[in-house]
Design a protein around this ligand. Structure first.
Ligand code: AMP
Length: 395
């Protein structure tokens, strides 16, 4: 059973072809700088072959067609014909308050995605265009939408409700939606499995630390709380996003003469590690290098990042009334033994103790065999989760 996964962004399309009989990927690629003369395709397959070339990709149809040509290419391809693809799974960021699981695409589901444009203006429009392109190119192949927000719909009202007038909440559909849901769900399932337990028996804290960062408390397979809110700006410190600030700070800046668009850009694109460190990069590797080189602003950026993370783990330990495992994922969470050490050495009171050798080696379980909560580094795989969801809905 071959499933194609599409993640359509504003100027890029990521694609992965899976063989779900084996639960493995066969080929994957990235089309970048769409709609520009510099559009390019990077592609690799499970045999280790790679190719990169400039392409013409003035539309999502053109970009996805280029992906399909690569999949069927004589030299680099992994399938003889597109007819073997039985389903296409799409990453969709926002499903609003009504969507609590993956859905086969119908006109009604597409309307739901359109209805959520205001809630995810940067993500839902390209996600939708990717769906329309695939429907145009492959009218016979069933398609599925897998929503970043869906897993978080299991959250209780006390965690997702903002303490503002209920009528305003209802009018504008304001609530904690949460994001990275597919990743949190995937690593929670994989982490529980690695512990030899069922997710329904575990209390887990999953920290997705990449360019965007979010943390989720999961109680017996259901989300108890998550750090991102009505938008992906709330919560942890991120590469360019500020995470939690006093909401009055926004009012203060507007009254001080900044336009709403200015403040939006400032908090989403110029803040976080980038804004704090002032070294022209929000990439954690650059921040660590600068901090180690005695750059005081970079050191402060690192400290603020770790402090916020420590605070959330403590809060979620309280929300869960204790927990079985803290799971790190995302580019930083999976790869940075240093960041995991910096936060875990502040969590000793919870019974957490890292095994330095296992941590350095990025093993799955990186804590000592003590009685306290386990600490894990679990590589996320949102594409595989989308493929599994697509296969599940189609079979
Ligand atoms: P992602 O958005 O999940 O691709 O993660 C990107 C982030 O992961 C960037 O901030 C990278 O600097 C960070 N990252 C990747 N590898 C490492 C590493 N070995 N140490 C520290 N940060 C890393």
């Amino acid at each position: 059973m071959k499933i194609l996964v599409i993640n359509a962004g504003s100027s890029s399309v990521k694609f992965t072809l899976f063989d779900m009989d084996q639960d493995v990927w066969l080929a994957k690629g990235l089309i970048e700088r769409m709609k520009s003369p510099a559009a390019s395709l990077k592609y690799s397959n499970h045999l280790g072959q790679k190719m990169e070339k400039n392409i013409v990709a003035n539309s999502y149809e053109a970009a996805i067609s280029a992906a399909c040509l690569a999949l069927c290419d004589n030299e680099y391809g992994v399938i003889g014909s597109l007819e073997v693809i039985v389903g296409i799974g799409h990453r969709v960021v926002h499903g609003g308050a009504e969507v609590s699981g993956s859905l086969r695409l119908t006109p009604e589901v597409k309307q739901t995605i359109l209805d959520c444009y205001a809630l995810a203006p940067l993500h839902n429009p390209p996600n939708y265009e990717g769906i329309e392109a695939c429907e145009f190119l492959f009218p016979e192949i069933p398609q599925v939408a897998v929503f970043d927000t869906a897993f978080h719909q299991t959250m209780p009202a006390e965690a997702y409700t903002y303490a503002i007038p209920a009528a305003v909440t209802a009018q504008h559909k304001l609530r904690r939606y949460g994001f990275h849901g597919t990743s949190h769900h995937y690593v929670a399932l994989a982490g529980a499995k690695a512990l030899g337990r069922d997710i329904k028996e575990c209390k887990l804290i999953t920290a997705h630390l990449g360019n965007g960062c979010s943390i989720t408390a999961i109680n017996q397979g259901r989300v108890a709380d998550t750090s991102m809110g009505v938008t992906p700006l709330e919560g942890l410190v991120m590469g360019t996003r500020c995470g939690d600030v006093d909401p009055a700070l926004v009012l203060f800046l507007c009254r001080a003469g900044h336009s709403v668009d200015d403040v939006d850009k400032l908090l989403n694109k110029s803040s976080g590690l980038l804004g704090l460190a002032g070294i022209g990069s929000g990439d954690m590797r650059d921040i660590i290098t600068a901090a180690d080189g005695r750059n005081a602003a970079a050191k402060l950026a690192l400290d603020v990042f770790i402090h916020r993370l420590q605070k959330y783990v403590g809060a979620y330990a309280a929300v869960l009334n204790g927990f079985d495992a803290l799971i790190f994922t995302g580019g930083i969470g999976e790869n940075s033994a240093r960041i995991r050490t910096l936060v875990c050495e502040r969590l000793g009171y919870l019974g957490i103790e890292l095994d330095p050798a296992k941590n350095r080696a990025n093993e799955i379980v990186i804590s000592r065999n003590a009685t306290g909560p386990k600490v894990m580094a679990v590589p996320t795989n949102e594409e595989l989760m989308i493929a599994r969801e697509t296969a599940r809905l189609l079979s």
